[in-house]
Design a protein around this ligand. Structure first.
Ligand code: SAH
Ligand code: F3S
Length: 483
């Protein structure tokens, strides 16, 4: 199975450009989706103004923050273990304060403070600007909590500090929250209603990244295709916008095109797309602009129309297949990845076979696959019994993972013999003599370093592959190289 960030048991300690006048030490780690990692950069930026520099050493921290994930029970268990660890350190260093951020903070609200008494501060995803006030409460010996969800907070005015960065790739968030209400999903409850960030502030952030030498931006949102800026406010209130606001509204295809035109030597990716909101115009933008990557992460969750309906996904199996056909016609060679859930309540063997056959139809390049985990408060938890036995979920999961492995190998093999453009991101994990980077289709390639450097766009001739990695040799710089 593909590794998700959540499964990185140690989380990631984040490093920040240090401000000399800052005397206090912040240890911040993130779990879960890219949005959490991006949010931690906003939090670090806010705390940088409050006298905190980051440290990677938990033992020396004045403040420990953990940005949490509630998407599956396993994610929450991982974070609980970290909280135990922090509290063990706190016994030795009692002045250390511990705060919990993100989705678990929002889901459990005051439980950590009042019942479990294992943290000093609880901050939901829309309340990070309140952290300075909350810290004052903590310093004065009071519990501090803010889990209010907002209808307009996008943190568009905060310039995130890039943490643990390679100086090449960055995430830029464009929407917050989600209105889709998939019945299995806790996100609409923990991250609130969907709102879009002002295009100008997005472009400004990208410009700042460009001036610092970044080469690739991934536009982030729970559902990027649903991006719609019309002068502020919630997506669901768009109908109430004035005629002028509607006339000047910016949708996702337009935003992506603005990025592509304004920054021709930068690559753009985006995540995540939702089949029900993916408009044809976006496909044309991908096809038209070389610097918009040929890659769509298009979670489907199940191949069975009946299960899709139970999940409140707004499309059938056949409609999804039509969308896939359209993608392949408009963007030949576009790579497509999936998220899949096995063992959703009532899933039969026949439904599972539908998932396998859909995977074969699409021939996904890769995927993130999960066994269903019931989340308290979601519609599925309230209405449907979690009735697929754990061992059946696991067996079905193994079957889809095995199939994905086969499909992935088929897809990497298609690049063997070709010359592809790779943006160098870092040293290969397996060899200090090799660089590692990705092509437009989001496939990782490794090749001997020669005189190239991180951030170069290099043409690489692919000679071999594994299921996940292309192996090749550089033949020169590509036209995307700007200096
Ligand atoms: N739109 C989001 C989806 C967030 S959740 C995004 O930006 O990625 C990521 C994936 O976790 C989902 O696509 C789904 O496959 C999986 N997931 C969500 N809730 C789950 C649950 N209750 N059990 C198992 N997997 C779940
Ligand atoms: Fe969750 Fe569905 Fe939104 S998976 S994040 S409710 S699109």
């Amino acid at each position: 199975m593909e590794k998700t960030i959540e499964e990185n048991k140690q989380g990631t300690s984040l490093v920040l450009e240090q401000k000399e006048s800052n005397k206090k030490k912040l240890f911040i780690e993130s779990y879960g989706c890219a949005m959490n990692f991006s949010d931690s950069e906003i939090v670090a930026s806010i705390l940088n103004e409050q006298g905190y520099n980051t440290t990677q050493n938990l033992e020396e921290a004045d403040l420990v923050l953990v940005n949490t994930c509630s998407i599956r029970d396993k994610a929450e268990q991982t974070i609980r273990k970290r909280l135990e660890k922090y509290n063990a350190v706190k016994k030795i260093n009692p002045s250390m304060k511990v705060g919990v951020l993100g989705c678990m903070a929002e889901r459990l609200k005051s439980q950590f403070l009042e019942e479990e008494k294992i943290v000093d501060m609880v901050v939901g995803p829309d309340a990070y600007k309140d952290i300075p006030n909350l810290l004052k409460e903590v310093e004065e010996g009071r519990d501090a909590i803010n889990v209010i969800l907002s209808k307009d907070e996008t943190y568009g005015d905060i310039s995130p500090v890039r943490l643990n960065s390679n100086g090449v790739n960055a995430f830029v968030s464009i929407t917050r929250g989600c209105d889709n209400m998939c019945t299995f999903c806790v996100v609409p409850f923990t991250r609130g209603r969907e709102r879009s960030r002002e295009p100008q502030s997005i472009l400004q952030e990208i410009n700042d990244l460009w001036s610092k030498g970044f080469k690739e931006v991934c536009l982030l949102g729970q559902n990027v295709d649903s991006y719609l800026w019309y002068g502020g406010g919630l997506k669901k209130d768009y109908e109430k916008a004035s005629a002028m606001e509607k006339a000047t509204a910016v949708d996702f295809a337009q935003l992506l095109e603005m990025c592509a035109i304004q920054f021709p030597k930068m690559r753009f990716r985006f995540s995540t797309s939702n089949p029900q909101d993916m408009h044809e115009e976006v496909l044309h933008v991908i096809a038209k602009y070389y610097n918009v990557c040929n890659y769509i992460h298009l979670p489907v969750q199940s191949g069975s129309t009946r299960i899709l309906k139970e999940m409140n996904r707004q499309h059938t199996r056949e409609e999804y297949m039509t969308l896939i056909d359209k993608i392949k016609t408009i963007i030949p060679n576009c790579s497509i990845s999936q998220d899949m859930i096995t063992g959703f309540p009532t899933e039969t063997e026949e439904d599972h076979q539908d998932t396998l056959s859909l995977m074969k139809y699409v021939k996904y390049d890769f995927g993130y696959m999960f066994a269903y985990s019931e989340r308290p408060g979601t519609l599925a938890a309230r209405k449907l019994e979690d009735d697929v036995p754990e061992e059946v979920k696991k067996r079905r999961l193994q079957e889809i993972v095995d199939l994905q492995q086969e499909l992935s190998l088929e897809r990497t093999k298609r690049f063997v013999g070709q010359t592809v453009e790779i943006l160098i991101e870092k040293e290969s994990k397996k060899s200090s003599a090799h660089w590692s980077g990705r092509n437009s289709e989001n496939t990782v390639a490794v090749f001997p370093k020669e005189n190239y450097k991180v951030g170069d766009f290099v043409l690489v001739k692919i000679n071999d592959c594994t299921t996940a990695t292309l192996i090749g040799e550089a033949v020169g710089l590509s036209e995307m190289q700007s200096n």
